[in-house]
Write a protein that binds this ligand. Structure first.
Ligand SMILES: *[C@@H]1O[C@H](CO)[C@@H](O)[C@H](O)[C@H]1NC(C)=O
Ligand SMILES: *[C@@H]1O[C@H](CO)[C@@H](O)[C@H](O)[C@H]1NC(C)=O
Ligand SMILES: *[C@@H]1O[C@H](CO)[C@@H](O)[C@H](O)[C@H]1NC(C)=O
Ligand SMILES: *[C@@H]1O[C@H](CO)[C@@H](O)[C@H](O)[C@H]1NC(C)=O
Ligand SMILES: *[C@@H]1O[C@H](CO)[C@@H](O)[C@H](O)[C@H]1NC(C)=O
Ligand SMILES: *[C@@H]1O[C@H](CO)[C@@H](O)[C@H](O)[C@H]1NC(C)=O
Ligand SMILES: *[C@@H]1O[C@H](CO)[C@@H](O)[C@H](O)[C@H]1NC(C)=O
Length: 646
């Protein structure tokens, strides 16, 4: 080999080292696809679907008011609430030029900034945006009732207040009629109106407003409500029963109409009969059409349920195995730190403490495939802070993820936690799995450590209490923790069993609930087929065997890498340490020089350069020695080598 060859070789090698090591700062494509969601509503519903692009342009500066449900497609309460919300949208479909019923899916990552901005901490959350609302109004939180009439009534109260405050002037007047007589009634009424109704009702009744809104599209009618405290008007019209209805026609004497059924529908029917008897036609689709659709919609749901049951019976033969999947754990982690935590506008005080504890156990015990420096770095940044905004947290996670990528071992998808449909299982299942895994490995790694036996449980408690988006789940968990004496657990093994028993308690509560995936029943865990000796003959639990079973199933050793993509063991520790320095440096000094290289980048390049040079010198010496050995030429080796490298 001649001199030229060696020098060229060396140069190529150096270039390759520099490009490999110094280009790590260029972001690599992270696993972009977030947890797939399809939302709980679709175009066949009367619910308007909002998203990040159309949210503000819809709810702000509109002549209608908007009632928006912020939901999350995996949240159990949201799943239960979705049919109610659909029915509600359908129920007040005739009011759609006054108030729009809408929904936005906060589980969709694109919508994340909206849900954070509007301070949605738990799901579902109903917010009312008044007519002509302006940015930055965050909307008014409305109670989420489970009954249509309660939802309707609280909406009417809001609409009424709007009118009192001078908005919604183009709406039908739902304020009570306060005058003591009816002689002037026609003065302010358009000529198209032929009949005018007065509904007398109790002061706390919402019937009048409901019917007024229901019929407001019918041009030949108008209606006002009179409250029972307008005694003079009641007396002059001899009204003693509430509700009562009187009708006035132009040039006709007024007439009392008998209300047989004092409901919204009953009153509507009375009005319709009267109008029909006068030879007028009401076009049903202004009011009634949607109810028919409603029944169809219910029918289709029950038929699909039946289909599901049949499918389930067919599928029951091929049961999933009881594994711990790496992708489930990673997906949970990712959703939690990249989505759920960033939803919070400002994290401080107790919430911040909970976050620190949580990140700490993740950094210590989460089995990321390429090492936990990613999590440790995030934790170290957060530990130094007393507060942080969700947005900043999200930025930090994102940039560290980019710089250290790959973090996750595969695509974002659920394996063991996959439901038969997108809305089942998923994240809540993943969260349970992750905490089971953490309690188990914490116990395995800390056999003798009797201090902090509740370390994992307390981190979980804080996370569920302050960050878990499902409001009722979070509440239930907090209650259960105090009822089942979580804070008295004094032994590491017991913390595993405490969580196991808590999980079973939740499963028992949710069993048969409509959030339950029909194909994965919420069973008492572990099922007999997986662990026959976890139960005694008399069907009570054998805790010793359960502990053994859990310790086996959830241990690191048993992690199943099914569908993990990056299987090569490219666990280069030096690389990771370099990354760590790089990132820490970025968040502590922020001393940057051109091309997005940090000082550490450059200095490490220099170190590598020197190291390579030394290695080459050694190689060169070897060559030189061989050569001199052959030629027996005792010339200064070092001088020769110097020459080679110039
Ligand atoms: C979505 O719409 C399809 C028909 O277009 C319907 O079959 C399906 O049940 C709907 N899904 C939901 C969640 O409403
Ligand atoms: C938001 O919804 C609109 C209308 O449904 C759609 O055109 C748009 O692509 C959606 N935007 C995103 C980011 O999904
Ligand atoms: C009511 O009477 C006035 C005259 O008194 C008449 O001009 C008008 O057409 C009548 N309206 C109806 C609806 O009968
Ligand atoms: C319901 O409304 C649609 C149009 O929106 C119309 O085609 C249909 O005939 C109506 N059905 C009834 C029963 O009124
Ligand atoms: C957040 O913490 C910083 C100091 O770390 C403090 O100056 C700031 O006032 C805090 N902000 C809030 C909203 O608590
Ligand atoms: C926990 O259980 C293991 C057996 O799984 C046992 O060896 C260990 O001593 C127990 N630790 C405590 C603190 O009870
Ligand atoms: C069930 O059997 C086990 C062991 O055979 C025993 O320790 C336990 O007390 C029994 N439980 C009940 C409720 O009979």
């Amino acid at each position: 080999m001649n001199r030229f060859d060696i020098s060229l070789l060396w140069k190529l090698w150096l270039i390759s080292i520099i490009t490999v090591n110094c280009n790590a700062a260029v972001p690599k494509e992270p696993y972009q696809n977030q947890i797939p969601t399809q939302g709980l509503y679709n175009t066949s519903d009367d619910v308007v679907i909002l998203n990040v692009t159309n949210f503000k342009s819809s709810v702000y500066e509109d002549t209608k008011s908007w009632l928006v449900e912020f939901y999350n497609s995996w949240c159990g309460y949201c799943l239960r609430f979705a049919p109610i919300w659909k029915d509600f949208a359908n129920d007040i479909y005739a009011w759609r030029d006054i108030v729009v019923v809408a929904a936005i899916d906060c589980a969709d990552d694109d919508n994340n900034p909206i849900c954070r901005e509007y301070e949605i901490m738990h799901y579902p959350m109903l917010k009312y945006f008044s007519v002509n609302a302006h940015s930055p109004s965050l909307g008014l939180v409305m109670e989420k009732y489970n009954k249509l009439n309660e939802l309707r009534h609280s909406l009417i109260d809001l609409l009424e207040r709007e009118q009192q405050e001078g908005r919604g002037i183009s709406w039908p007047n739902i304020a009570p009629y306060r005058s003591y007589e009816t002689t002037n009634i026609w003065k302010a009424i358009p000529n198209t109106v032929k009949y005018f109704f007065l509904l007398f009702e109790k002061t706390d009744s919402h019937l009048g407003a409901e019917v007024i809104l229901d019929i407001h599209k019918i041009k030949i009618l108008q209606m006002r409500r009179v409250l029972s405290d307008n005694e003079l008007l009641c007396e002059t019209n001899k009204i003693t029963n509430f509700p009562s209805l009187i009708v006035l026609g132009r040039n006709e004497t007024q007439k009392n109409l008998k209300i047989r059924i004092p409901t919204r529908q009953g009153i509507y029917n009375v009005i319709k009969e009267f109008i029909t008897s006068k030879g007028e036609i009401i076009h049903e689709n202004t009011f009634k059409n949607h109810s028919i659709k409603n029944e169809n919609h219910k029918l289709s749901i029950s038929t699909t349920k039946q289909l599901q049951v049949i499918e389930q019976q067919q599928k029951n033969t091929e049961k999933n195995e009881d594994h711990l999947y790496q992708l489930d754990l990673e997906n949970t982690l990712k959703y939690s730190i990249s989505h759920e935590i960033p939803l919070h506008k400002m994290i401080k005080d107790k919430k911040m403490d909970a976050l620190k504890k949580y990140l700490n156990v993740l950094a210590e015990y989460f089995p990321l495939k390429y090492g936990n420096i990613f999590l440790e770095t995030i934790r170290d940044i957060i530990l130094k802070r007393s507060n942080i905004s969700g947005e900043e947290f999200s930025q930090i996670v994102k940039s560290i993820e980019e710089e250290m990528s790959p973090i996750y071992s595969g695509p974002s998808k659920w394996i063991g936690c996959k439901g038969s449909k997108e809305e089942y299982r998923g994240y809540p299942c993943g969260l349970w799995t992750m905490f089971h895994m953490l309690t188990v490995n914490f116990a395995i790694l800390n056999k003798n450590a009797e201090h902090e036996p509740r370390k994992i449980l307390e981190a979980m408690y804080g996370y569920i209490q302050y960050f878990f988006g499902c409001a009722d789940c979070s509440q239930h968990f907090v209650q259960m923790a105090s009822k089942n004496k979580m804070f008295e657990v004094s032994n590491i093994n017991d913390s595993i069993l405490w969580l196991w028993s808590a999980h079973n308690e939740v499963n028992a509560r949710l069993s048969g609930d409509n959030t339950e995936d029909p194909e994965y029943k919420k069973i008492q865990y572990p099922a007999k087929i997986y662990c026959p000796n976890c139960r005694y003959e008399n069907n009570t639990w054998n805790e010793e065997n359960i502990l053994h079973y859990l310790k086996t199933k959830y241990s690191y050793k048993k992690i199943n890498y099914y569908n993990s993509v990056n299987t090569q063991k490219n666990n280069d520790n030096k690389m990771k340490i370099r990354h760590e320095r790089l990132v820490l440096n970025k968040y502590t000094n922020n001393k940057k020089i051109g091309w997005d290289f940090t000082i550490f980048d450059i200095s490490i390049c220099v170190v590598l350069y020197v190291a390579s040079a030394i290695i080459l010198i050694l190689v060169c010496i070897k060559f030189a020695v061989k050569r001199t050995y052959r030629k027996r030429n005792y010339v200064s080796l070092l001088a020769k080598c110097d020459f080679y490298f110039c």
